[in-house]
Design a protein around this ligand. Structure first.
Ligand code: DHB
Length: 392
């Protein structure tokens, strides 16, 4: 059987937000790309992820021409509440650093990007099978099986692995170094049908562990609480979930969450991971394929968007101006931000979660750290800077 071959400039493996944003930025620069994904667009749309965008992520979506919907329909958050020892403390981002973040779920970001690529005639091949990068040195070659079972080959100048935390492309980087940190806990995430309980996000540290109260719409809310990594989400009744959340949020101020039916429940894994370099020959990695962060602080999507912004610039210089040396700068430029975000996510996580086997000393030290943070202008500013995102 003949094998259809297509030629493009950049083959992008992975059609999530990182792959689509890169394809969009390349399109704006006049560079053609093909996006391949073994999932269907509907499957990706149905995956619930974090909901917070840094200031520069919002700008990127709006100013690069993806969509202004984030500004019209997203919710600007000018601060967050840190809650511990039964009291809330507001971190006022606008006052401290003159920046905000936006509550705009990742599913909406995906929808905007997908619509923008379809609008602009992008070559998107979702639902393919057996994607395989077979050459990355002299040129890039990727094979996949289409919906009719036919094997295809895409030949490109460059290939980008944006294939997520279970990336297959990252194994092609050789030699590579991997840095990993596992955590002895996870998050129990729920979508609930209830009115919002608070205008801003609440990050809580309670004696029984962490909880986060986030929002989605006027009638659906997103909440998380720390649980064991092997927790069986289906073993929890709605009543037990609400009782756990209410206990973690309880305080002298009498705060109560607004309750309602639990629509969806999942246990989210916790892991810090970095692989370097992010480039090998004609292959570049972006987003979760190269690094994952624990969810506290919602850095994952923001970091992926920061990667592709740098990567698009390097690719543009290499393919439009023949400056191949630009590709050599990608790892160092991207990794500097990756480690800042790794530290921030690790710091937020360890400051707010209960470690199994924690002693009284550990607990009091953690409260000492939180008290220092909220009572110090410098401490609060440090949190505000990291949360809203360091300038590019
Ligand atoms: C959300 C998730 C996070 O991990 C976070 O830090 C803030 C918000 C969310 O899903 O809304």
């Amino acid at each position: 059987m003949t094998q259809p071959t297509s030629r493009t400039r950049v083959a992008i493996v992975g059609g999530g937000p990182a792959g689509l944003m890169l394809s969009h930025l390349l399109h704006v620069a006049g560079i053609e790309s093909v996006v391949l994904d073994t999932r269907t667009a509907e499957e990706i749309e149905a995956t619930h992820r974090a909901g917070i965008l840094e200031r520069d992520s919002v700008r990127l979506l709006a100013e690069s021409g993806v969509s202004g919907r984030v500004l019209a329909e997203g919710h600007e958050h000018q601060g967050i509440e840190l809650r511990f020892a039964g009291t809330s403390h507001r971190i006022d981002f606008q006052r401290l650093v003159g920046a905000s973040c936006w509550l705009y779920p990742q599913t909406e970001v995906f929808l905007d990007l997908h619509r923008a690529r379809v609008r602009d005639g992008g070559d998107l091949r979702y639902g393919v099978a057996s994607t395989e990068v077979i050459e990355v040195l002299d040129r890039a070659r990727v094979r996949y099986t289409d919906l009719d079972g036919l094997r295809h080959e895409v030949v490109a100048d460059l290939v980008v692995g944006a294939d997520g935390s279970r990336s297959a492309t990252r194994a092609l980087v050789d030699p590579r170094r991997q840095y990993t940190r596992e955590y002895p806990f996870a998050w129990f995430g729920v979508l609930v049908e209830a009115p919002p309980s608070a205008p801003e996000l609440i990050y809580t540290r309670a004696p029984s562990g962490f909880a986060l109260i986030s929002r989605r719409t006027d009638t659906v809310q997103r909440m998380y609480f720390q649980c064991a990594p092997d927790e069986d989400a289906d073993a929890w009744s709605d009543d037990r979930i609400w009782s756990e959340l209410q206990t973690r949020l309880a305080g002298d101020d009498g705060f109560r969450l607004q309750e309602g039916p639990v629509l969806e429940r999942t246990v989210l894994p916790f892991r810090s991971f970095v692989q370097t370099p992010m480039r090998h020959g004609r292959l570049m990695l972006a987003g979760d394929a190269a690094h994952t962060v624990p969810p506290t602080g919602a850095k994952g999507l923001n970091l992926a968007l920061a990667d592709v912004r740098v990567l698009a610039e390097c690719v543009e210089r290499a393919l439009l101006r023949g400056d191949d040396a630009a590709l050599d700068t990608y790892t160092d430029r991207a990794v500097a931000r990756v480690w800042r975000a790794q530290h921030f996510s690790y710091w937020m996580t360890t400051m707010l979660h209960r470690l199994p086997g924690a002693t009284d000393f550990d607990e009091q030290r953690q409260l000492g750290e939180l008290t220092s943070l909220v009572s110090s202008e410098a401490g609060s500013t440090y949190l505000a800077e990291g949360y809203t995102g360091w300038p590019q």
